[in-house]
Design a protein around this ligand. Structure first.
Ligand SMILES: Cc1ncc(COP(=O)(O)O)c(C=O)c1O
Length: 379
């Protein structure tokens, strides 16, 4: 079956007991067992829940994995993946990553004795140089947040495997509609399901997807032992959101492309970062690696530094001033003061996240209305 058919039917099968076309929501925290010491399919909802299992099957199918695990948030999912590492191990991450991942890696993982370093993931030679004998995992995002850098996932997978590392890819920005990292050789795909998968700004969730059953079992052990699972109500909402994922994503990409082209010509805009523009340094790789569009996230810089970027971000109306992304509502934010405020300033500037940068998440509103809204704020 094609992607959007699977998005509706895999994990969303009718209820055999009642014929309901939407599977029921299982809120039970515990399940009756056939006998003492005999276990049924479900025993306790942290270990497994039918509503969670259903949406995990959907996500695994869309990413081409053997299984998926759903978490209370994207950060809980990333944390679970990094708990595969042990004291003395080294985690190498791309520089253009979500600010919360940066904080987790530098301020939590270090407490467990895991050493972390960053290197630009679009520079393979530099990445290879940063690998040490202690390196066990490479963690990347493509498109990167907030600079929309494009990383060649296939090349990173080859590099990681030559050195015996696991490759984890945060696929939140692309979603499986555009990129399926497991097909390109990645070992672990992570999602903030809060974003495109959910798609409606009404749930917080995360997911890990893998193609190796043994790795799935290792991650499941950590998830069950630490407990940050996704609640059944959120699983239900997530399943509902995923049904329209492909259609939302295609349309949002189309609008983002139009907005990027418009901003590139705007006199108040000094730089547009969008992989769909031919001048973007990652355009050729993105054209190969992203199937049905170049994403619905874009960043741009304005003349006039921090204060001007702050002013523009505060003066749109349809683009609402908020972190997060990937929903039907368009959002705007200033990475320096919002999504990437957890970076040390020096580190942030060194990684190219300037004060005058503005990031937008393009939603499903009409493109003409969104362009008029940006024009108003820019003038
Ligand atoms: C790319 C990316 N990864 C991970 C996360 C973390 O996800 P969550 O907020 O669901 O914990 C976010 C959140 O903004 C994100 O944008």
């Amino acid at each position: 079956m094609e992607f959007r058919t699977r998005a509706i039917h895999v994990g969303g099968e009718r209820d055999p007991q009642t014929g309901a076309v939407v599977p029921p929501l299982h809120l039970a925290s515990t399940f009756v067992q056939p006998g003492a010491g005999e276990w049924g399919e479900f025993d306790y909802s942290r270990s497994g829940n039918p509503t969670r299992k259903a949406v995990e099957r959907t996500i695994a199918s869309l990413e081409g994995g053997c299984g998926a695990l759903c978490f209370a948030s994207g950060m809980a999912a990333t944390h679970c993946a990094t708990m595969l590492l042990e004291s003395g191990d080294h985690l190498l991450a791309g520089t253009d990553i979500y600010g919360g991942s940066y904080r987790l890696f530098h301020k939590i993982l270090n407490r467990a004795g895991v050493r972390v370093s960053l290197a630009a993931a679009d520079d393979l030679a530099g990445l290879e140089q940063a690998i040490t004998p202690a390196t066990k995992m490479l963690w990347i995002e493509s498109p990167g947040n907030p600079l929309m850098s494009i990383t060649d996932i296939r090349a990173c997978a080859e590099l990681a495997h030559q050195h015996g590392l696991l490759l984890g890819v945060d696929n939140t920005f692309a979603s499986p509609v555009l990129t399926r990292p497991l097909e390109l050789g990645a070992d672990i795909v992570m999602h903030s399901a809060t974003k495109y998968l959910g798609g409606h700004s009404d749930l917080l969730g995360g997911a890990l997807v893998v193609k190796d059953p043994e790795l799935l079992q290792r991650l499941y052990f950590v998830q069950n032992a630490t407990g940050a699972v996704l609640g059944p109500l959120e699983c239900f909402l997530l399943q509902r959101g995923i049904k329209t994922l492909e259609l939302r994503m295609r349309e949002q990409c189309r609008t983002a492309q139009r907005i990027a082209e418009h901003l590139a010509e705007h006199p108040a805009v000094t730089r547009v970062l969008y992989p769909g523009l031919p001048g973007h340094p990652g355009h050729a790789i993105a054209a190969r690696q992203m199937d049905r569009g170049f994403g619905a996230m874009l960043s741009f810089e304005v003349d006039g530094g921090y204060e001007r970027a702050k002013h523009v971000a505060e003066h749109t109306e349809l683009f609402q001033l908020a972190v997060s992304l990937g929903a039907v509502e368009s959002l705007i934010e200033q990475p320096a003061s919002m999504s990437h405020a957890s970076y040390d300033r020096e580190d942030r500037l060194a990684h190219g996240i300037r004060d005058e940068l503005i990031r937008i998440s393009v939603g499903l509103e009409h493109p003409d209305d969104l362009i008029a809204d940006l024009n108003r704020a820019l003038s």
